[in-house]
Ligand binder design. Structure first.
Ligand code: UD1
Ligand code: CA
Length: 501
C-alpha cells in the first residue's frame, strides 16, 4: 500500500504543506493514511519530497510503523510509486527475502481526504476477483477539466489514461476521469514502470502510462467507477478544502444521527472524525465538538458550545460553553457563558454556572459554583456551595498556589481565597471575606470590619447634589422618631452609631 505525498501543493499559498492542512479534526494525510490502514495492508509506505522533514515527522507521529520513502529528482506519480516499490522490495530483501513484493499494491493520494476504507476494499475485491494487472478507480464528472481521462476501446474495455495536458479535443470530451487511486499487481506494476518515460507535455514519469503498458503486455486492465465523487476529490486550494471539510462534516453528522444522536441543526454542528457520541445525546445549534471529546448517553450539548478533548458524562447539560481538556460528571450542568480550561473536573450532579472560569480544578460530587467566578488550581469538596462572585487568588505574581475547600462548605458572595489556603469541611465564610488563613472545619471565616454608617454624610459632604436632595426627601418622609435619623449637623463623627429612641 502506497500513499503519494510528495507534491508541492502551491495553490494552497501556505507555509504549511498542503497535506498537513486539517479538516474534520485531522490533517488531510491523516485521513488518507487512516483509510489505507483500514485495509490492513502488509506494509504501508508514504512517498515524500516537498517539505520533506515536516511531512515525515507528521506521518511518523501518526504511526511510526509507516515506511517513509523519499522521492528523487525525477518528477511524476510514476516515479513516486517506483521509488516506493523499490524501498518496499529493499526492506523485504533486508529481511532475507529477495523475491520482491508480490500480490496487490494499492496506490492512493495524501490529499484525497474523504476516501474510505470501504471503497478501497471494493476496489481490491474487484481487482483480485478478476485477476487484473491494474484496476483504476474512476468517476464521471460534469467538468472533467484537469483530470486524466479514461480511454476505452471499441469493446468498452480500458485502453489507457490520457492526461488533460496531453489530450486531443476528442479525448478531452470524455467525462470519465482517473481518480489516481489504483490496485496493481506488484509484478505487472514493477515491469511496466521500467518502460515509463518522461516524454509528455509535463516531462514527468506518469503512473497513468502503466495502464497502456500493462495492457500491451497482455494484462487485464479494468476501471471501477464510483458514483461518490467526493471520495476521489482532492483539495488543491483552500476553496476546495472548505468544500471537502463541509462534506466531511455533513457525513460525520449524518452518521451520528443514524447512530441515535439528535442533531438539531446539522448545518451549524461540526463534529471531528475523532469524537465519540452515545445514543440519545442531543446536540443543539452552533456546537463544535473536537478532538478526543466523548459525550455519554442523554447528555445535552449546546447551543453555542465548543468542546475540545472534553468528556461529558451521562445526562449532563452543557450550554454556551467553551471547554478544553475537561471532564464533566454524569448529571452535572455547565453554563451558560462558561470557560472550562484544562484540568477542570466536575463531579456527578455538580454545577459550574453562568460566567465562570475554571482551570485545574477538581469540583466534588454535587458541588455548585453557580454564578460569576474563577476557580483555578483548586479542590472543592462534595456538596459544597460556592457563593456568587468568589474567586481563588491562585497567583502571587510569581507562583501558582492551591486552594483546598472541603465538603459541604458554604461560602458567601465575593469571598476571595488567597492561595495557598485550606478551608475545612462544613465551614462558612462571610460576604466579602478575604480568606488568607486556613479555616478550620465548621468555622465561620469573617475578615471584613463591622459596617459603620456615617449618618447624614451625603448632605454634609455633597450639599446640593441630587444624592443629597434625594436623601433629604427620604428623611422628610419618615418621622425622625421612627427612622432614628439625626439632623445633618449631628454627624461630625462618622463612627456614631444609630441613635436610640
Ligand atoms: C494525477 C493523475 C491524473 C488524475 C489526477 C487525479 C498522473 C500522471 N496523473 O494528476 O490522471 O486524474 O491525479 O487527481 O498520475 N505526487 C508525488 N510525486 C510527484 C507528483 C505527484 O508524490 O512527483 C503526488 C502528489 O502529492 C499528489 C498525487 O501524487 O498526492 C497527484 O499529484 P498531482 O500533481 O496532483 O497529479 P495531477 O496532475 O493532478
Ligand atoms: Ca491533483
Amino acid at each position: 500500500m502506497i500513499v503519494l505525498a510528495a507534491g508541492a501543493g502551491t495553490r494552497m499559498k501556505s507555509r504549511t504543506p498542503k497535506i498537513l492542512h486539517p479538516l474534520g479534526g485531522r490533517s488531510m494525510v491523516a485521513h488518507a493514511l487512516a483509510a489505507a490502514a483500514g485495509l490492513a495492508p502488509g506494509r504501508l509506505a508514504a512517498v515524500v519530497r516537498h517539505e520533506r522533514d515536516l511531512v515525515a515527522e507528521h506521518i511518523a507521529a501518526l504511526d511510526p510503523g509507516i515506511l517513509i520513502v523519499d522521492q528523487d529528482e525525477v518528477p511524476g506519480t510514476g516515479r513516486a510509486v517506483e521509488v516506493a516499490l523499490e524501498a518496499l522490495d529493499a526492506e523485504q530483501a533486508a529481511a532475507g527475502d529477495h523475491s520482491g513484493l508480490t500480490g496487490t499494491v494499492v496506490v492512493t493520494y495524501g490529499d484525497v481526504p474523504l476516501l474510505t476504507t470501504e471503497l478501497l476494499t471494493e476496489l481490491v475485491a474487484v481487482h483480485e476477483a478478476d485477476g487484473n494487472a491494474v484496476t483504476v478507480l474512476t468517476a464521471v464528472l460534469d467538468d472533467p477539466t484537469g483530470y486524466g481521462r479514461i480511454l476505452r476501446g471499441e469493446d468498452g474495455t480500458v485502453a489507457g489514461i490520457r492526461e488533460h495536458k496531453d489530450a486531443t479535443p476528442a479525448e478531452r470530451a470524455v467525462r470519465e476521469v482517473n481518480s489516481g487511486i489504483y490496485a496493481f499487481d506488484a509484478e505487472a506494476l514493477r515491469t511496466a514502470l521500467r518502460k515509463v518515460t518522461t516524454e509528455n507535455a509535463q516531462g514527468e514519469k506518469y503512473l497513468t502510462d502503466v495502464l497502456m503498458i500493462a495492457r500491451e503486455a497482455g494484462g487485464r486492465v479494468e476501471a471501477v467507477a464510483t458514483h461518490d465523487r467526493w471520495q476521489v476529490e482532492g483539495a488543491n486550494d483552500r476553496v476546495q478544502l472548505a468544500a471537502l471539510a463541509r462534506e466531511h462534516n455533513r457525513r460525520t453528522v449524518e452518521a451520528w444521527m443514524r447512530a441515535g444522536v439528535t442533531v438539531v441543526d446539522p448545518a451549524t454542528t461540526w463534529i471531528d472524525a475523532t469524537v465519540r457520541l452515545a445514543e440519545d445525546v442531543t446536540v443543539k445549534p452552533n456546537t463544535q465538538l473536537h478532538g478526543a471529546t466523548v459525550v455519554e448517553r442523554d447528555a445535552v450539548i449546546g447551543p453555542d458550545t465548543t468542546l475540545t478533548d472534553v468528556v461529558v458524562g451521562e445526562g449532563a447539560t452543557v450550554k454556551r460553553t467553551d471547554g478544553t481538556k475537561a471532564e464533566i460528571g454524569p448529571g452535572a450542568t455547565v453554563g451558560p457563558f462558561t470557560y472550562l480550561r484544562p484540568g477542570t473536573r466536575l463531579g456527578a450532579e455538580g454545577k459550574i454556572g453562568a460566567f465562570y472560569e475554571t482551570k485545574n480544578a477538581e469540583i466534588g460530587r454535587g458541588a455548585k459554583l453557580s454564578h460569576l467566578g474563577y476557580v483555578g488550581d483548586a479542590e472543592v469538596g462534595e456538596g459544597t456551595n460556592i457563593g456568587c462572585g468568589n474567586i481563588t487568588a491562585n497567583y502571587d505574581g510569581v507562583h501558582k498556589h492551591r486552594t483546598v475547600i472541603g465538603a459541604h462548605v458554604r461560602t458567601a458572595s465575593n469571598t476571595v481565597f488567597v492561595a495557598p489556603v485550606t478551608v475545612g469541611d462544613g465551614a462558612y465564610t462571610g460576604a466579602g471575606a478575604v480568606v488568607r488563613k486556613d479555616v478550620p472545619a465548621g468555622a465561620l471565616a469573617l475578615s471584613i470590619a463591622p459596617q459603620r454608617n456615617a449618618e447624614g454624610w451625603t448632605e454634609a459632604h455633597r450639599p446640593g447634589s441630587p444624592s443629597a436632595e434625594a436623601a433629604a426627601r427620604a428623611r422628610a418622609a419618615v418621622p425622625d422618631s421612627a427612622a432614628g435619623n439625626p439632623e445633618p449637623s449631628s454627624v461630625a463623627s462618622p463612627l456614631k452609631k444609630e441613635e436610640g429612641k
